[in-house]
Design a protein around this ligand. Sequence first.
Ligand SMILES: [Zn+2]
Length: 134
Amino acid sequence: MPPWYKVLAASELQFLWILQFEVCQVRPHNPLMRAVDIQHIGRELAIKWEDGREDFIPLERLRRCCPCAGCSGETDLLGNVYKNPAKPFSSVAFKLVRLDYVGGYAIQPVWADGHNTGIFSFEYLKKVAATPEG
Ligand SMILES: [Zn+2]
């Protein structure tokens, strides 16, 4: 009978290593497409995707599509949506102060009126870009 640690090394430890490796493969966000470059140009956001395509999103649309709970509402377990009453945007609401990158899968714009709680995943940005004007 070999010592316990040798038995472990041969069987369970190997199994544990595999298990750990598997766990590391799980990502909370697995965007279909990554943005390789995002530029704030004038009143638009220019996004270059890894497939070479580019999207241009007007800042106003970006702000109106803000996915944060305060703008889009929060859904409870029963599916009820709680949303703040729509309030008019101020004149600086569509001005972008800064863009922060979040975990390599999203951007977090900081708007001139101080709003900064919207996290736009690349996947969501694709959807916003594909949404027709209006
Ligand atoms: Zn918001």
